[in-house]
Unconditional design. Structure first.
Length: 690
């Protein structure tokens, strides 16, 4: 520890009363302060007898001896002249072990720090008040202790030059220092929790400014730094709907805690996200709201999956209802057909009108039975005969049937991967699925167009669930049926698999074709996914589990092996917010650096600003302001002449465009709805292509 002492006079002796009077005066202790008398004698260096004490001297002796602070006087040679028991205990020695000894001998580990300070006080006459000292004492080697000390010069005799010595007041500070250190450590640990939290954490003002944010919130909002987020205006730059924040504040103002409030925010690139807010209202004087301390959790993907689950549950409920109705109708139609058959056999030769009416009755009953069969297919109660079937070979055989079904104005194209694989399937049920999809495609292209069939081996992983909800990870054969017809809007797409829903005129369609497709695919333990753009066409992909293959690990390690990644920089241009968000998260998860744009014009601006660092452009074909084709042509026309690689994502085949770019080795295509494994393999193949 660092201890300071004050010396006595350099010439002649000074009485204890005189020294203590000066000690009290310089130390700020009133000489007339009442103190309890102590029976502990004051120790002197000299052996001469102590004069008979006066009342004031007794008080000073008692104060000096019993003070809770350590008190000491050092002479000009920095030797202990006088000290109290408190200081002796601090230093781990007796009072006698201090007297007449220099500081360096009593406190050898502290003297190198303390002595220069004491010498400066003797030289300058300037005190050192409330300084922090630390070190080890002989009584506790290896243990660092802390003190607060006030060191000041003591005046010599009248007319004497310089300070006669140094006075010291020392207070043990180790407990407070340890408490502060523990508090700092606790604060650092708390700060680490906030900094490393997966959810966004922030403090905001009532006026709508972020005051403090953690890194997770910066990432959630798509910015590069905390400073950028702190500069945002929440109403203008974060909340999607004007006035939404004001309404949320009005609701929260009456609450002490805010739990699970969901709001719509937007990222820097315009992505809309659903955020769940929880936290507390910060109040000032008079219970006035000053701001908010909140935890923000991005639940966009969770809500998407919940909606998919609700849709699946709705379809399941409709399926059970349909099954019950179908069975009842089947019984009625069986009776009608049986009775019609008996009547036909018993009917004598007679007027042909009666026979014709009976035939029409029988035909109507047969159509009803066919309708019931479709309903049973949707409700997954039809019995299937599952056998191994080579998907590419089967599709090629079905082309003959499709060419008879479709008019000559519709061109049929087929691209079947020979090694796509074998599935366990009912060939009759698969034919019903294909014919229903082809019929819908025909009706969507009244003036002609292209029907494209594509058969591929693919894999669905956990990363595909935002697009292909509730899939079971594994290997699949994908049969894609695409048309260049009128397409469907979002409302139609949401209901397309519901039984009896149709966009066709009354009397033209039953609304059971797509419902039956949905049910039969589910009965094959497969999945069906639809992608459509108004005016551009529709692609429906049927995923059937691959048969005759060894099981593939579906845990985290297996999934990671199936998802190739890299560290290159990607410019992602996609006008569909959901697809853009899912794709960006997928790319970033496997290591790519991603810059996202909402349309072709924005994508071109980003390319021109950051072109040298971009290794690959991934773009949708059809977008507002500038299409993917226009973006490609503009990039190829840039004066820099860089041959950046381009991957097109399209919901329809666009065979003519593909043929026109077949000579460009830096271009590839992937068809929507894509899967994570297909898209990432295309990316790696294109980036590694020389």
């Amino acid at each position: 520890m660092i201890t300071t002492a004050l010396t006595t006079t350099g010439k002649g002796s000074t009485s204890i009363d005189h020294r203590l009077a000066r000690f009290a005066t310089h130390g700020g202790i009133p000489t007339g302060s009442p103190v309890l008398r102590s029976e502990v004698p004051v120790v002197h260096i000299r052996d001469r007898p102590m004069p008979t004490p006066q009342t004031g001297s007794d008080r000073l002796d008692a104060f000096f001896t019993t003070a809770p602070a350590g008190l000491a006087i050092l002479d000009r040679e920095l030797r202990y002249v006088q000290l109290n028991e408190t200081l002796a205990l601090m230093n781990g020695r007796s009072v006698a072990d201090h007297l007449g000894k220099p500081v360096r001998e009593v406190l050898p580990t502290i003297a190198p720090t303390l002595e220069p300070l004491l010498e400066r006080i003797l030289t300058t006459g300037e005190p050192a008040l409330n300084i922090e000292l630390s070190g080890e004492t002989p009584a506790q080697p290896g243990v660092t202790r802390y003190w607060r000390a006030s060191l000041f010069p003591l005046a010599g005799q009248a007319g004497g030059a310089g300070a006669a010595g140094i006075g010291a007041i020392v207070v043990e500070d180790t407990p407070r220092h340890h408490a502060e250190r523990a508090l700092r450590r606790s604060g650092a640990e708390y700060q680490a929790i906030v900094e490393q939290a997966a959810s966004g954490i922030y403090r905001s003002s009532l006026e709508g400014r972020f005051l403090k944010v953690n890194p997770a919130l910066v990432v959630m909002l798509g910015y590069e730094s905390e400073a950028q987020v702190l500069a945002l205006d929440l109403d203008r730059d974060v909340y999607v709907e004007p006035g939404a924040r004001a309404r949320a504040i009005k609701t929260a103002s009456a609450l002490e805690r805010i739990t699970g409030t969901e709001v719509q925010w937007k990222r820097k690139d315009g992505h809309r996200i659903i955020v769940r807010l929880s936290g507390r209202v910060v109040r000032g004087a008079g219970d006035v709201v000053k701001g908010f301390e909140m935890i923000a959790e991005d639940v966009t993907e969770q809500r998407t999956l919940e909606r998919a689950l609700q849709q699946a549950q709705k379809m399941e409920t409709v399926g059970r209802l349909t099954s019950g109705i179908a069975h009842d109708f089947n019984n009625l139609l069986t009776v009608i057909l049986a009775q019609a058959n008996l009547i036909a056999k018993a009917l004598p030769a007679g007027p042909p009108e009666v026979r014709r009416d009976l035939d029409e009755l029988t035909e109507a009953a047969r159509r009803g039975a066919e309708l019931v069969h479709r309903l049973l297919g949707f409700s997954r109660h039809a019995t299937l005969d599952l056998r191994p079937l080579s998907a590419p070979e089967w599709v090629k055989e079905e082309l003959h049937t499709l060419r008879r079904l479709l008019p000559a104005t519709i061109e049929i194209q087929c691209d079947a991967e020979p090694e796509a694989g074998v599935v366990e399937a009912d060939s009759g049920a698969l034919e019903q699925i294909l014919l229903n999809l082809a019929t819908n495609a025909r009706d969507a292209m009244p003036r002609g167009g292209t029907l494209h069939l594509d058969v591929r081996h693919t894999r669905l992983d956990a990363e595909d669930r935002p697009l292909h909800a509730w899939v079971q990870p594994g290997s699949y054969v994908c049969i894609a049926v695409s048309d260049t017809g009128s397409g469907m809007d979002a409302t139609t797409q949401a209901r397309v698999f519901e039984p009896f829903f149709t966009t066709k005129p009354a009397g033209v369609g039953t609304g059971l074709g797509m419902a039956m497709v949905y049910g039969l695919v589910k009965q094959h333990k497969g999945f069906v996914h639809l992608y459509s753009e108004v005016g551009q066409g529709t692609t429906i992909k049927v995923y059937l589990p691959l048969a005759l293959e060894q099981p593939v690990p579906t845990g985290a390690a297996g999934v990671e092996e199936m998802l190739p990644g890299g560290s290159e920089s990607i410019l992602l241009v996609e006008d569909d917010l959901h697809l853009r968000t899912v794709a960006q998260r997928l790319f970033e998860k496997v290591g790519y650096r991603v810059v996202a744009a909402a349309d072709g014009a924005e994508g071109l601006a980003l390319y021109r600003a950051r072109g040298p660092e971009i290794d690959l452009v991934i773009t949708d074909m059809v977008m507002p302001r500038a299409s993917g084709v226009q973006l490609y042509e503009a990039i190829r026309g840039e004066p820099s002449g860089r041959r950046v690689k381009v991957l097109f994502m399209s919901g329809y085949p666009a065979p003519e465009f593909r043929e026109s770019l077949a000579a460009d080795p830096d271009v590839a295509f992937v068809t929507k709805p894509w899967t994570a494994s297909d898209l990432l393999r295309q990316i790696r193949g294109l980036l590694e292509r020389r």
